[in-house]
Design a protein around this ligand. Sequence first.
Ligand SMILES: Cc1cc2nc3c(=O)[nH]c(=O)nc-3n(C[C@H](O)[C@H](O)[C@H](O)COP(=O)(O)OP(=O)(O)OC[C@H]3O[C@@H](n4cnc5c(N)ncnc54)[C@H](O)[C@@H]3O)c2cc1C
Length: 454
Amino acid sequence: MFCLFYNKSKMKKIVVIGCGVAGMSATMYAIKNGYNVDIYEKNNYIGGRCFSFFDEKKYNTLKKICGKNVDKNLFYLDNGQHLISGAYTYFFELLDWIGTKSLIINKNKLKVNFIDTEFDRKYIVDFKNIFKLLSTKYITAKDKINLIYFFIYLLKNENKLAKHTILDVCKKTKLNDFCIEKIISPIVVSIMNSAINIAPASLFANTIKIILSDRKNGLILTYCKKNFADLFAPFISKINENCNLFLNTKVTDFFVENNICKGIILSDGSVHLADKVIATIPPNDYSKIKKTCENSQHFLNSAILSAYIWTGENLNLNHEYNAIIGTYIDWIFDMNAQNNDEKTLYQYRITTSNFNKFNNKISENFKEIAGNIKEIIEAELEIIFKKKIKLYAIHIINQPAATPLITMQNNKLRPNSKTSIQNLYIAGDWTNTGLPACIESAAMSGYLAVKELK
Ligand SMILES: Cc1cc2nc3c(=O)[nH]c(=O)nc-3n(C[C@H](O)[C@H](O)[C@H](O)COP(=O)(O)OP(=O)(O)OC[C@H]3O[C@@H](n4cnc5c(N)ncnc54)[C@H](O)[C@@H]3O)c2cc1C
């Protein structure tokens, strides 16, 4: 951990805009380096895109169907299934500091149950070690060799990747359609929330490198025991001494004189002075404040659709992570897979990453799609489980702006923390961290921004 200076008598005031992962991370590093921090967050909660809520309506409905003893915890929902890799170093440093690292469940090395609806077959891909991986059913010896070559090519040709998408590398290494569509594409969509024909190979290579460099934890997928609101809640008491957190407070402009940022301006017109300002807001919000700078206008969003379903029957998935091939549904998460107790109510989480493909294909009209989603999910569940699944309830969360879409073109335009305005810095998952737009990128960007403060 770097240390800039620590001088209590000359504590400098930093304003952090936004209290998502990047904002919390920037705050932590700023406090660790002896700064005084004021955080301004437009929402009435912290966590940004990792937010949680209680679905009271569904809880009350399901109590009527299943009886009063229904597990209330099944109705505390996150806005999506946030998967965390064991190699998320910066994010774990943040949780450690907040004091909630113990809420993260470490699963053993990643084991994914693939359900291929097209060929009507299931197979486990076990990432425990290379031998387990190579013993995967239905992949021919030739395809296995090509896959190994694909990953070696990615890792060994850093300087040749700059101009290539992941699909280019697939073609270069002669992967066939089976490997591209059924192995590489699901991995890429989950890691990068983007399609292989637009996602930069260099970012994918960086991610694989980080995962492989941490031999102990890299391939461990973790998830939160409760929900993300619980992970972040103690942040507020943790920062009490050195910080002021202003919720429900939207920053509308930077206060800049002679190209030096001297503070921020709020919607009521009031000016709040600071020595340095770190904006940790997504590109859309950023471009509303600062229309033409920091390339924020080049970032479209990638959507994620999540759905929670409650049913009276055990779907017998037997695995936490189920990758579904041949449907719009990419994943079904079953967090109770190892618990065989008979229950009256089962909850499953469904995710469609890179939901843009869905939006574009079905209709341009968002409301129209929203009306269809429930029926589409029900129809796809019937395909996956080969029978009609009676759903007690379904909660659909469509996040059109889940992550900034990182493409070949805009990857080069991701801004560094230091801006063209003196004393104004930026952070956030979309900034130049070398990672896909994810939780770790957000946490790392907070570190990078504070590192730039002088
Ligand atoms: C459904 C879903 C699933 C995801 N799944 C995963 C996953 O499995 N793994 C993973 O690693 N990542 C995942 N992500 C991505 C991850 O959530 C984000 O990359 C990360 O949370 C971004 O953090 P951030 O701090 O950069 O931005 P944000 O979380 O967007 O934080 C920005 C904050 O700034 C505030 N703000 C904006 N404008 C202003 C303003 N003018 N004034 C004051 N405050 C303002 C916002 O309210 C917000 O709180 C997922 C995202 C979604 C939506």
